[in-house]
Design a protein around this ligand. Structure first.
Ligand code: FDP
Length: 326
């Protein structure tokens, strides 16, 4: 028996992405600039070993991490794309100490936050990494100051990430909307809608965390993860462990398969490792719109007190029974 793939580029393609953007009146220029960044970063990651882009750049970023060459290139691409879109007034990147203010675009009303290459410690091993982004709408009276960006995730109008894996996967959501996933078709050079209305499935019992930190965990955190591994219910099955160490890749798998992703604060990082503005808030918005639990909602509501602030407790994904029954 022959089987037919349900692949219909004519009915979906970028038109779907653009129509989503229109829903929010996100200008297609900003949307186009974002897609251009993802395609370019994907291109350089694929070619890294061939064109000597592996390894360290010899510098460190605002959060004290050693920068890889691809961190620097990814950031340069993202900054150039946002600046030239003409629609972005403020840009916060993990790789920049200060907020970038594009005064050449005085009428621009969007502020973008991003981690251009998240999970970069995995880069040289060819493991999936990703770009995380969030978009805020500034008021008409904006003065284009970085303080305007110390906002809780609840103020985001859109957020998403692109995972650079076997293929580039773009996941995007708008305020109050659904979560949609697009796969890069390299031949067409377009993101194709392949995963409409993504929702966390309830079926899989997977936990995803860096268990190597358990020595530094507080007792309640240890107890929580032990409860997943040693269920007390009769015939209860333990959770499986999966940890890639790239938040975007762990989050993408969690969205598809279900389970829990966590990076708990510990004695080594009492304020947590992940950053509120450009890592946790956008990711929490995706999981909230994908019907995740209260833990994600708490993260969405957290406000950064400085641009590169961390967030606690960083439990970002778990299917919510209430949301699913609604
Ligand atoms: P990385 O340091 O490689 O950029 O926040 C960054 C991040 O990766 C996340 O992508 C990832 O989930 C986490 O840190 C990995 O940290 P550990 O190596 O401490 O597990």
């Amino acid at each position: 028996m022959t089987s037919r793939m349900s692949y219909s580029p004519f009915s979906i393609s970028t038109a779907a992405l653009i129509s989503q953007a229109n829903l929010l009146k996100l200008t297609s220029l900003l949307c186009h600039a974002l897609q251009f960044s993802f395609k370019s970063i994907a291109y350089y990651i694929r070619r890294a070993s061939l064109i000597n882009l592996s390894g360290l750049a010899g510098s460190s970023n605002s959060t004290g991490d050693d920068q890889k060459k691809l961190d620097v290139i990814g950031n340069d691409i993202f900054v150039a794309a946002m600046r030239s879109s003409g629609k972005c007034r403020l840009l916060v990147s993990e790789e920049e100490d200060q907020c970038l203010i594009f005064n050449e675009n005085p009428k621009a009303r969007y502020a973008v936050v991003c981690d251009p290459i998240d999970g970069s410690s995995n880069l040289d091993a060819g493991v999936s990494v990703g770009t995380i982004f969030g978009i805020f709408k500034l008021g008409e009276d904006t003065e284009g100051k970085q303080e305007e960006l110390l906002l809780p995730g609840t103020e985001l109008v859109a957020s998403g990430f692109t995972m650079y894996g076997a293929s580039a996967q773009l996941v995007i959501t708008m305020k109050g909307g659904t979560v949609n996933g697009f796969t890069m078709d390299n031949a067409l050079g377009e993101f194709i809608l392949t995963h409409p209305n993504m929702r966390l499935p309830r079926s899989r019992a997977i936990y995803s965390t860096n268990e190597g930190n358990s020595l530094y965990w507080d007792e309640p955190v240890k107890e929580y993860f032990n409860s997943l591994k040693f269920p007390v219910e009769k015939d209860g099955k333990p959770y499986s462990a999966r940890y890639i160490g790239s938040m975007v890749a762990d989050a993408y798998r969690t969205l598809l398969y279900g389970g829990i992703f966590a990076y708990p604060a510990d004695k080594k990082s009492p304020k947590g490792k992940l950053r509120i503005l450009y890592e946790c808030a956008p990711m929490a918005m995706i999981f909230e719109n994908g019907k995740s639990s209260l833990a994600a909602l708490k993260t969405v509501g957290a406000s950064p007190y400085v641009l590169h602030a961390n967030v606690f407790p960083q439990l970002v994904a778990r299917p919510s029974t209430a949301a699913w029954n609604a």
